[in-house]
Design a protein around this ligand. Structure first.
Ligand SMILES: Cc1cc2nc3c(=O)[nH]c(=O)nc-3n(C[C@H](O)[C@H](O)[C@H](O)COP(=O)(O)OP(=O)(O)OC[C@H]3O[C@@H](n4cnc5c(N)ncnc54)[C@H](O)[C@@H]3O)c2cc1C
Ligand SMILES: NC(=O)c1ccc[n+]([C@@H]2O[C@H](COP(=O)([O-])OP(=O)(O)OC[C@H]3O[C@@H](n4cnc5c(N)ncnc54)[C@H](O)[C@@H]3O)[C@@H](O)[C@H]2O)c1
Length: 464
């Protein structure tokens, strides 16, 4: 049943990191604001419910299992660990639920009844219809719209895949029994984090990649170092492989693959598909609003995140930028600066840090060596094994590689990749030096606490 349209100053569609942070800021700015989120189970967005937080909670369990398994090397005797996946999942659910409740409380406090649970679709420019879970329709209009609807797993069209069945990053985190042998299709972020996690829980794991190199955006030396340490964990890789067909027979999923001119058949108890993300744009009926998308369906935006339609902005993964929660948060900062604080902030030239949460972690900021060369910089490259860092030795965490790319003319750091214990923390120090536009010598000569992993930066930059 349709009712008369309700009018708002601002409507946010999707409760991702950007949307949930922007809503209270708009309210505080005196705007009559509604936030439309399609599911109560997704309050707070993908990050806390089905992505970063649940995965990192489960990675913590996997790392505990690994520590126990290796304890004898530290002089501590223990039994071989037994992983109860149902309890790991229970712990994950508790962490997620706690964060979702906190987000719900914050949003209800800021928005009251203007937090609307339902799926939004445009029916006219600046007008949406919201279908609630009970099937009711509400018409809402607003002067300004902010789209923050995120992504979902991309499912490739491979013969037999749908019929055979498969796991995604969401369903794999609801498994209560350990897969005997997990095949992971995709050698990117999601594929590698789950591959190591399930290997450490006790599953056999094979990763299939379509390129010769895993982590295709990284430099080859870094990607190879990651592959080697995952192989040390017992993970197998089948690279440069194209999956021709998937079948399910009894308890086995069988993948027919082509590697060069050879056909290789692979069997596993479970298959995880992790080959990228598709944008949640179809259900929005963007055509009714005239909002333009790219060929993959992501919304096209300016460097101020405005779409081709004045008064409609797109934030987070949906705008085709880097897919990280901290980037979605930065999109919020851009909108706040320009629309609330009267500033002039753009997304151009922002530094994008990232961390792949395997153990040891791979953190990156700025340009890779390949990118720096392609952009025509004269560069100097520093590299050092993680084993050179005293803290790594005390911890028995000596696998890894530290690498920095420096502009030979200015001494400024162009990029850095750290594959080492606590890399995700250490990279922030490098990022701050880059942001302050200081020369690399600050990290070479600065007094850093001994013995810490950050002290490794003294060692790395003294190689130049
Ligand atoms: C398994 C996994 C692990 C990850 N780990 C990390 C990590 O460790 N660190 C990191 O930085 N990033 C990580 N990411 C990426 C990160 O999760 C995303 O970049 C981030 O969640 C993007 O948030 P967003 O603001 O774009 O929106 P999202 O968080 O995707 O939220 C979009 C919201 O919109 C809602 N919605 C969609 N369509 C509609 C509609 N029509 N009407 C109403 N509501 C709608 C959805 O229900 C959802 O709640 C991970 C991703 C995955 C999949
Ligand atoms: N720690 C983190 O910050 C974190 C963790 C998970 C996800 N994420 C974000 O989510 C995004 C999506 O992750 P993802 O792993 O799905 O994507 P991804 O882009 O990182 O990796 C996808 C991989 O799948 C491969 N691929 C594509 N089609 C294939 C096919 N048909 N067969 C075999 N391989 C194929 C690609 O070559 C690529 O290596 C990431 O890019 C990242 O931005 C971040």
């Amino acid at each position: 049943m349709e009712v008369n349209a309700q009018h708002y100053d601002d409507i946010i569609i999707g409760c991702g990191k950007a949307g949930k942070t922007l809503a209270p800021a708009l309210v505080a700015d005196g705007r009559k604001t509604a936030l439309v989120e399609r599911s109560l189970n997704m309050i707070g967005g993908g990050c806390i419910n089905i992505a970063c937080i649940p995965t990192k909670t489960m990675v913590a369990s996997a790392n505990i299992a690994n520590t126990v398994r290796k304890s004898a090397a530290y002089g501590v005797q223990s039994n071989t660990p037994t992983v109860n996946l149902a309890e790991v999942i229970q712990r994950k659910r508790a962490v997620v639920q706690g964060m979702r409740e906190m987000n719900l409380h914050n949003l209800e406090t800021a928005l009251g009844h203007e937090l609307i649970i339902g799926t939004a679709r445009f029916v006219a420019p600046k007008t949406i219809a919201v279908t609630t879970t009970e099937g009711n329709n509400r018409l809402l209009t607003a002067e300004r719209f902010f789209i923050n609807t995120g992504t979902r797993p991309l499912i490739p069209s491979i013969p037999g895949l749908t019929e055979a069945g498969f796991l995604t990053s969401e369903s794999i985190m609801e498994l209560e029994h350990l897969p005997e042998h997990l095949i992971v299709l995709g050698s990117g972020y999601i594929g590698l984090e789950f591959a190591q996690m399930f290997r450490r829980f006790g599953s056999g794991v094979t990763v299939i990649g379509q390129n010769e190199q895993i982590l295709s955006q990284q430099d080859p030396d870094i990607a190879i170092a990651v592959q080697r340490l995952l192989e040390k964990d017992g993970i197998e890789f089948l690279l440069k492989a194209k999956v021709l067909r998937v079948d399910r027979t009894g308890n086995e999923t069988i993948l027919q693959t082509q590697v060069g001119d050879r056909e290789i058949s692979l069997q596993g108890s479970h298959l995880l598909v992790a080959v990228g993300r598709a944008p949640n744009t179809e259900s929005l009926n963007l055509a009714a609003a005239g909002v333009a998308t790219d060929t993959r369906g992501f919304i096209q935006v300016s460097d101020r995140l405005e779409t081709n339609i004045p008064g409609i902005w797109a934030l987070g993964d949906i705008n085709g930028g880097p897919q990280y929660t901290h980037i979605s948060l930065d999109d919020y900062r851009t909108i706040k600066a320009n629309l609330i604080d009267g500033g002039d902030r753009s997304t151009r030239d922002r530094l994008v840090p990232s961390c792949l949460f395997i153990d040891p972690e791979l953190a990156h900021v700025g340009l890779t060596e390949t990118e720096a060369q392609q952009q025509g910089y004269a560069i100097r490259v520093a590299k050092v094994d993680a084993s050179a860092v005293p803290r790594a030795r005390t911890l028995g965490q000596t696998d890894g590689l530290l690498k920095a790319i420096v502009d030979a003319d200015t001494g400024r750091i162009l990029g850095c990749s750290l594959l080492c214990h606590e890399a995700g923390e250490v990279i922030s120090t490098v990022q701050m030096v880059m942001q302050a536009q200081m020369p690399y010598t600050v990290l070479r000569d600065g007094i850093l606490t001994h013995p810490t992993m950050t002290e490794g930066l003294n060692i790395l930059f003294s190689k130049l």
